[in-house]
Write a new protein. Sequence first.
Length: 285
Amino acid sequence: MTVMIDPAPKALDLVLPAIIAALRRHPDGPLVVGICGAQGSGKSTLAYHLEGALAAQGLCSVTLSLDDLYLPIEDRIRLAAEVHPLLRTRGVPGTHEVALGLSVLDDVRDGKAVHLPRFDKATDNRAPKAAWPLVAGPVDVVLFEGWCVGAVAEDEAALAAPVNALEATVDPDGRWRHLVNEALKGTYQDLFARIDLLILLAAPGFEMVAKWRIEQEHDLRRQHAEKPDSAIMTDAQVMTFIQYYERLTRHILREMPGRADLVLYLDAQRRVLRSVHRHDDADMG
């Protein structure tokens, strides 16, 4: 069993009280906590520790990852053929099954038994439904984490100039980035409207994402060493892969701190440098 170590121990101490306070403001629950952060920023690790900390408070929580809503590979192949080639690669708005996320949140809210979807990044495909964990019974908190959870679309004017080589060479007319932006304006906003408390793990800059994402892929390779045919990426492939995420990640880092309920500013080691709560005028760290 892999031992999970919180890369930013202070994060739990700051986020848990914010959730407890939000539960008091939303007593009818379940409370949906959105955790946004760039790839590798520690979202899933924080959610893991939050589940344990909430259980110690007598509260039932479940984690839903935006990554687990990725479309199956066959659907993305179809999108690539019919809409735009770049939609074959998972990641951006337009490559998730948003309706599935809405259905899961509805069922959890209504107290129904529900299977939480799971996506297998080692195979780049959705895991078999038999592998989806079953949630039965009342849930107090849903931890909804993902790299663009709670994001809003960019202004159209911002889409004109490419932000990296991928956009410049494979999307020279901007059609893909306009498709992604339009998708984000649509049903993603219905999904994100379910969030009661929005938390941002703010990376020190997009430049750090490459380092963090390569570390993630190395961990994944160690976990799946017995599967040489897996879809785990090389370092060079990661450098290309993160370009799909760059535009929206930079936009989130500029825009979301002004409206997130709690912002945790991280350093290169994912430690919390300082935190800002929207309900307070002063820093909390």
